[in-house]
Design a protein around this ligand. Structure first.
Ligand code: ANZ
Ligand code: ZN
Length: 861
């Protein structure tokens, strides 16, 4: 045998064998409990990066570990294939998005295969396959029928660069999640899904079903759903001839209202100012604010501005007449879009009142203090006793919240309600490379969902891609012009496509039933495999994808397509892969491969004296050039090393700092495992003699114990997804193995057990080398099949201690005992020892005592 570990000799060979033997193909109902592990599928950008390697390696370890433990594992992979980069490539390079995408998929699939991930490739699909999105279109038409999908004209987030609408979840700090451009607001007619219908269940599901999700994700989801208990209060507005309703969480402050604020987009605004001298100013202000980003408008440091509308409202509690302002910080979509302003007790109202010289009235008095409206520097937002509030004076304000609500309800001036921050999901996008929205507009019949027998609605091929903006489909007459499915008259197709998050909302379902041609999935498949037992992906999806997929799953449940309440039982959010950054004064960011470290520790551009500054450790990104190409690493070290390093360098949830030394360390470790086994290969030529643990000498016992302790630790660690410490435990084990010098058959058996165990335990992490070693040891089959090693509790007992037995002042025996042995048991053990017996036989025991951890003393006569 070749004594040298050469990954390139073995990795492709094993990948082919796994493929040929369909080792990772899952079948429903095979024996063993089902275990569905899923990692968020990649966008086919063309090349994998270290973030992919790590993410998918984490999932692969869990998948293989579960296979070894007898589970029926489903571990699929596919492609989140629609999206903007394909379309941009078409604009910039003239390649068709489909060609670009499928070519990238081929590249990336090959790269994934090189990493030896245990996927069931028979279940692979790309979301741009018409046989995939066909079912999404069909479900959408059902949602239209059920009223869960609807069309609405509203102000939506608009990215001027990508020339498309964005969902709220896709706006980060007022910027487009893709291109970082400031988002503006645009009035458009769009399709929405009624997420808000499920708000309550999305919230309660967090408590009921998501015990195994990271706290951080749950907090973000709770805030995003934003349930708020409050009261709607009616304010009469004489000028309107009708009421304006406000939503407040603080009815206890009702007597302190000194003005009202209303969202500039509120339809009442033009009526409020009609005919007043302010009319023009108000309408100009409205136009200005409509274009502003809604998210910025809610920020604490956002400058509060407004204009008096010229109209007044009547406070239902006091009868006071208060001015109505259009104010930029009031959002039209939240609550009722109108707010009763209490500057004494709400900070935003306070700032607004100070700016526009509006009165401030104190209605909550802190105990032992008197607030002065003229001099106070901030609103009093804490608790206190109600004052200036007629029937409620002296009531603690917390109690007042309920009492004022009840009082208003009695007077029919208000009612308790619940508000959610969650908004319906805008799913229309003005792009080409997405799922066409299966709707036809007919002058006679109106909105007509495309009937099932005409699905899928596919994308036309010959479309012109320009950077001019506007939906490419709208310019494609062949696509747009069609006939009405209901009346046969000429009609037009919807030209928007779906948000790509629609496709990622049900891919977990499709994997369970990849070839189903009667719907999204065969109900038996969905029943058997779902929910996903273990889901892995980035925390950045906390309120985007991870909300959508939960919502959509519930919708599918209510359509009878899935049978669980939630898509995934357990979620792990993996950390980022980070690396040092390098920068040259003129050339800017440099790739690590362009930089050289000199002996004195300084950095220069390779082969020159030009100094390079080493910057912060940051998430690997193309823009900062702090990336390493996994392919080059695999060429050099093999896939097993790359996998092992990405798992060893940090716990899965934490960010990982990439470094060469770490990769080399992982490689050395695998080499050492290889060499140790290669050195002992003749051992497997003989029968395994086995060993009697109790009869082993001290060294052999220690190694056997170490082996079993390592199995226990690795098992527990992998179950807790502490993959780095599971690897570390095996590194310790190989150290102990190297030091062990077997003498005799029993010792050989101990060593053999250690080596076989280490191969099995490393198998999920480094599957190629372990399958090769397994075969070299003469064991047939694959390590994932031969199973995970088990440990024997009896062999785990921690080291014994030596306990001298003194008889009449002289040490006559040394007992080996467990450190936690009880005194009575120690004395009994001592008495049984032949050496002790010799000295006490026929004598009377006058005295016996155990000095814990030290010795046993006996006095005999
Ligand atoms: C009077 C008041 C007095 C308020 C006070 C607060 C403190 P959450 O917890 O987010 O539900 N509000 C209501 N609708 C709004 C809108 N569309 N845009 C901006 N602000 C709005 O907060 C509810 C509170 O936010 C409401 O209670 C209202 O101000 C404001 F001492 O009403 B409050
Ligand atoms: Zn028609």
């Amino acid at each position: 045998m070749s004594r040298k570990y050469t990954p390139s000799d073995i990795e492709a060979k094993w990948q082919k064998r796994w493929d040929d033997s369909k080792l990772f193909n899952a079948e429903r109902g095979e024996k063993g409990e089902k275990f569905y592990i899923l990692e968020m599928f990649p966008y086919p950008s063309g090349a994998i990066h270290m973030g992919h390697v790590r993410n998918y390696a984490i999932g692969d370890v869990i998948a293989r570990f579960k296979m070894m433990n007898g589970f029926n594992v489903l571990h699929p992979m596919g492609w989140d294939a629609f999206g903007m980069p394909a379309e941009n490539a078409a604009i910039e390079r003239g390649v068709h998005p489909a060609d670009w995408t499928y070519k990238n998929i081929d590249n990336m699939r090959a790269q994934f295969k090189r990493l030896g991930y245990a996927y069931d490739w028979t279940r692979e699909f790309a979301t741009c396959d018409p046989e995939y999105f066909k079912w999404e279109q069909l479900v959408f038409t059902k949602l239209v029928e059920k009223g869960l999908a609807y069309r609405k004209t509203s102000y939506v987030n608009w990215c001027p660069v990508d020339q498309t609408v964005l969902a709220n979840e896709q706006v980060e700090d007022g910027k487009c999640w893709r291109c970082d451009t400031e988002v503006t607001q645009k009035e458009m007619t769009q399709w929405f899904l009624r997420n808000t219908e499920y708000a309550e269940e999305l919230l309660s599901g967090i408590e009921e079903h998501m015990q195994q999700w990271p706290e951080e994700v749950k907090i973000q989801q709770r805030n995003w759903i934003g349930k708020s208990y409050g009261t709607e209060i009616e304010f009469e507005v004489p000028k309107l001839g009708e009421n304006l309703t406000v939503f407040t969480t603080r009815p206890d402050t009702l007597f302190g209202v000194t003005f009202m604020s209303i969202a500039p987009e509120h339809p009442a605004v033009p009526k409020l100012c009609a005919g007043t001298e302010q009319e023009e100013d108000v309408l100009a202000f409205v136009e200005k604010i409509k274009k502003e980003d809604k998210f910025k408008r809610t920020a604490d440091d956002y400058k509060k501005e407004g204009v008096f509308t010229g109209a007044y409202a009547i406070n239902p509690a006091t009868g006071d007449k208060v001015p109505v302002f259009a104010a930029n910080f009031v959002l039209y979509e939240y609550g009722t879009g109108a707010v009763m302003a209490v500057p004494g007790h709400d900070q935003r109202d306070f700032e607004f009142a100070r700016t526009y010289n509006l009165p401030i009235k104190i209605v909550i008095q802190p105990e032992g203090e008197t607030l002065d409206p003229d001099t106070m520097e901030a609103a009093w937002t804490e608790n206190g006793l109600m004052v200036n509030s007629a029937p409620f004076d002296g009531t603690p304000n917390r109690k007042g919240i309920d009492e004022v609500s009840a009082w208003l309800e009695e007077r029919k001036q208000g009612k308790k309600t619940v508000q959610f921050r969650l908004r319906d999901w805008c799913v229309s996008r003005q792009r080409y490379w997405g799922t066409p929205i299966p709707i036809i507009y007919c002058d006679k019949c109106g909105i007509v969902p495309v009937p099932e027998d005409q699905l899928p609605v596919t994308l036309p091929e010959n479309v012109e891609f320009t950077s001019q903006g506007g939906s490419p489909l709208a310019k494609c007459d062949d696509f747009v012009n069609t006939t009405c499915p209901t009346c046969g008259a000429a009609a037009k197709r919807e030209t928007d496509t779906f948000d790509t998050f629609m496709e990622s909302s049900w891919y977990h379902l499709r994997y369970t039933s990849r070839n189903c041609d009667s719907g999204m999935a065969d109900p038996e498949d969905a029943k058997y495999w779902l929910p996903v037992n273990f889901y892995i992906g980035g925390i950045e999806h906390a309120v985007g994808h991870l909300m959508y997929v939960r919502f959509y799953h519930k919708v599918l449940r209510d359509l009878g397509i899935v049978f669980s309440d939630e898509p995934a039982t357990r979620l792990l959010t993996q950390g980022m892969v980070c690396m040092e950054t390098y920068r040259h004064a003129e050339k800017g960011w440099l790739f690590p491969s362009e930089v050289e470290r000199k002996a004195d520790g300084s950095h220069v551009i390779k082969g020159t004296d030009e100094p390079v500054t080493v910057g912060r450790v940051e998430k690997m990104s193309k823009s900062k050039r702090n990336t390493v190409d996994p392919n080059k690493l695999i060429d050099r070290f093999g896939a097993d090393t790359v996998r092992l390093f990405s798992l060893f360098a940090a716990p899965p949830e934490k960010s990982l700092e990439w470094n060469v030394a770490g990769v080399e360390g992982a490689h050395r470790f695998l080499n050492r495992v290889w060499k140790t086994i290669a050195d002992h290969l003749d051992m497997w030529q003989q029968d395994d003699a086995g060993y009697d643990f109790d009869a082993l000498d001290k060294n052999a016992k220690a190694l056997a114990r170490k082996t079993h302790a390592t199995i226990k630790k690795a098992t527990d660690d992998i179950n807790r997804v502490q993959l780095n410490t599971a690897i570390a435990a095996n590194m310790e084990l190989i150290n102990d193995i190297s030091r062990f010098k077997p003498a005799g058959e029993a010792d050989n058996a101990v060593l053999r057990e250690s080596l076989e165990s280490i191969v099995a335990m490393l198998s999920p992490f480094a599957p190629h080398i372990t399958d090769e070693l397994n075969e070299l040891m003469g064991r047939s089959g694959y390590t994932v099949v031969s199973g995970w090693p088990t440990y024997d509790e009896a062999k785990l007992v921690t080291d014994t201690i030596t306990m001298p037995v003194q008889i009449n002042g002289k040490v006559r025996e040394n007992l080996e005992i467990a450190p936690d042995m009880q005194p009575d048991a120690i004395i009994a053990l001592a008495m049984e020892s032949p050496k002790v017996q010799k000295w006490i036989e026929g004598k009377e025991i006058k005295f016996s005592k155990v000095i814990p951890g030290k010795m046993v003393t006996l006095a005999v006569k």
